[in-house]
Design a protein around this ligand. Sequence first.
Ligand code: NDP
Ligand code: TDO
Length: 305
Amino acid sequence: MTPDNPLQHKPSAARKALVLGGKTGLLGQALAHVLKEQHWDLLCPGRDDLDVFDQTSLEAYIERHRPSHLFNTIGYTQVDQAEEETRAASRLNTSLPILLARIAKSCNLYFIHYSTDFVFDGKKSIPYLPQDEPNPLSVYGTTKLEGEQGVMALGWDKTLIIRTAWLFGPYKTNFVDKILTLAATRRSLDIVHDQVGCPTYTMDLACNTLALVKAGAQGIFHLTNTGHASWCELAAEAIACTGVPCHARPISSADFPQKAVRPAYSVLDCSDFVRATGLTPRPWIQALRAYLFEKDHACLTDPRD
Ligand SMILES: NC(=O)C1=CN([C@@H]2O[C@H](COP(=O)(O)OP(=O)(O)OC[C@H]3O[C@@H](n4cnc5c(N)ncnc54)[C@H](OP(=O)(O)O)[C@@H]3O)[C@@H](O)[C@H]2O)C=CC1
Ligand SMILES: Cc1cn([C@H]2C[C@H](O)[C@@H](COP(=O)(O)OP(=O)(O)O[C@H]3O[C@@H](C)C(=O)[C@@H](O)[C@H]3O)O2)c(=O)[nH]c1=O
């Protein structure tokens, strides 16, 4: 903390969240919804409202609105495109979180940032612990890891990095939606079956993030739903839930060439989360059913309403 920074002397509201990515992101919008449901004051500036790369504007925004918590859900998440747009990926996944952590430190904000299972190489066959050695296989994974390392190197206590994986949820098209759209017009779909991870519902991740924050968690945590699946199993389950007559055919990654290499196994061990909060995330299949039910019945409102 820099003692001569005028921002840190101002008391901040008890629970006021600045959610970057909260206006348009897959996770950001879920987080905004849950924060609002839990009666937090909420700030969700989009690209047109705030240039997050401009430190002066960002600090002025923080001084004006005085949030207590800074959630960063902005990221470069196009895994294949990142292989060619290394600089753009690095700017969003590495430089931005470091800048935000620095500002959080100088303004005394609790900083919550998200990272990924793709920091691991997938050579393990039991769930990855937060302290396991990362070894990313892709530009996306590398830039996310460098973001984590840069943030942790600043040594700001009130920092929480949550590694999560395989997100699905409302507000923005995701893997499950893509599969269901394809399944509506196809008799069969070829889906990779040799990549195993843990599908995670954004709404559960948002609730569980707030439980971690409430517990005052600091450092790196793994947080997903529980269980594991291949992409093919996830697709098959989503198709089965909706009753569409489409067959999910298991294939190998070699038969679905992509620019970026994905880990073969990236299940995350969430036991630190369980210990810190006393909660156990629900199984991914149950969360998937909840998502499809809520989607079908339009249960969710716009997070900004
Ligand atoms: N999706 C997944 O399966 C997983 C995601 N994660 C991590 O979780 C976090 C959230 O991911 P997710 O919700 O999927 O991300 P999305 O791609 O859905 O959202 C990214 C957000 O970042 C914003 N953004 C992108 N570029 C800029 C920019 N130059 N300036 C300002 N805002 C920008 C986007 O705004 P706009 O709409 O205006 O472009 C959008 O709000 C990321 O850190 C990601 O690495 C981790 C594991 C799995
Ligand atoms: C649409 C489709 C995808 N696939 C495969 C491709 C890929 O290996 C897998 C998942 O597809 P996607 O490309 O949507 O997912 P991908 O971009 O690999 O997802 C990752 O995104 C980043 C942001 C993360 O952090 C990770 O946790 C993970 O969620 O499914 C098929 O095999 N058949 C298909 O018809």
